[in-house]
Design a protein around this ligand. Structure first.
Ligand SMILES: NC(=O)C1=CN([C@@H]2O[C@H](COP(=O)(O)OP(=O)(O)OC[C@H]3O[C@@H](n4cnc5c(N)ncnc54)[C@H](OP(=O)(O)O)[C@@H]3O)[C@@H](O)[C@H]2O)C=CC1
Ligand SMILES: O=C(O)[C@@H]1CCC=N1
Length: 272
């Protein structure tokens, strides 16, 4: 990302907590000069302070991108800091859950290009996935610029409609937390079967990482990969008879989990 317009004109990151830092880590690892990034955050972490990004409150006159990564509940308070950039040539990209594009259009003016994106924290190691959609002022060039930024930290997909964003947020935005909990639960179960805590966690972590990589890298459907593990009348079949129970297994639980997260995303949009 050394010779990009973003490197030349600068990127302002409003809010640099867990998601902002995950993306920043990925961009810096892919060559975005730290000096082209201005972080606006009341209390930048020690890691942010150690990165040579600008944290002195001075803003570039005409940054290429203003990336909004404050909590949804803070957006209306925080955004006026950047209001002077509205209607100019700065592209706004928001990663906040729930907040619709219309809110930014109201606050920044209808001429301001805004892309709403939903990334996830594996962006920190370049393995994220981000879904995105722009407002009426966002041109194809703006969408491509956002894709360039976010593809530096993982995959990108475009959405057909903003309505999809609540389900996306509940799936890939929140999804890493479900998977981390799966690691925790698998490790706890292994410990209950007599393994040490360390060994249980090592096995659970490597199993989830390996299975995820196998699914991603082969592109084979997960049902086929699952069947490859399942010997007739073997141990996996015994385990899956519990995990795949139609009433009490993972599928109905995951359905309820994603529905609760999507409902919360809709609520955040309504509260806004
Ligand atoms: N975490 C995740 O996995 C994902 C998060 N998101 C979205 O990213 C956004 C940030 O989430 P997350 O990083 O988890 O939250 P964090 O609370 O970790 O980060 C938000 C940061 O913004 C700072 N902040 C608060 N007020 C202001 C302000 N007025 N101006 C500038 N900075 C401010 C906070 O400082 P302080 O802590 O001192 O208040 C904090 O450092 C949210 O909108 C969320 O929906 C999207 C996808 C995934
Ligand atoms: O929990 C949240 O609200 C944010 C959005 C997606 C992931 N984290």
């Amino acid at each position: 990302m050394q010779d990009t317009e973003i490197a030349r004109r600068g990127l302002v990151l409003l809010g640099c907590g867990k998601m902002g830092s995950a993306m920043l880590e990925g961009w810096l690892a892919r060559g975005l000069p730290a000096t082209s990034v201005t972080v606006l955050d009341p209390e930048p972490s020690d890691w942010v302070r150690s990165q040579n990004v600008r944290i002195d409150g001075e803003m570039p006159a005409d940054p290429a991108i203003a990336l909004l990564a404050v909590k949804p509940q803070m957006m209306r308070d925080a955004l006026p800091t950047l209001a002077t950039l509205g209607g100019g040539s700065t592209l706004f990209v928001s990663v906040a859950a729930g907040i619709p594009l219309s809110t930014y259009t109201d606050l920044l003016g209808s001429k301001t290009p805004v892309v709403r994106a939903m990334p996830n924290t594996p962006a920190a190691i370049g393995r994220g996935i981000s879904a995105l959609i722009g407002n009426a002022a966002a041109t194809e060039t703006h969408l491509e610029q956002t894709e360039m930024l976010l593809s530096a930290v993982g995959e990108t997909v475009r959405l057909d409609s903003e309505d999809q964003m609540d389900a996306v947020t509940a799936t890939s935005g929140s999804g890493p937390a479900y998977v981390f909990h799966m690691i925790e639960a698998l490790a706890a179960a292994a410990e209950a079967e007599g393994l040490s805590r360390d060994l249980a966690l090592t096995l659970a972590r490597a199993t989830v990482a390996g299975a995820g990589a196998l699914a991603q890298e082969t592109g084979t459907h997960p049902s086929e990969l699952r069947e490859n593990v399942t010997s007739p009348n073997g141990t996996t079949a015994a385990g899956l008879s519990v995990l795949m129970d139609a009433d009490t297994g993972l599928a109905p639980l995951m359905r309820a989990t994603v529905a609760a997260a999507a409902d919360r995303s809709r609520e955040l949009g309504r509260d806004d």
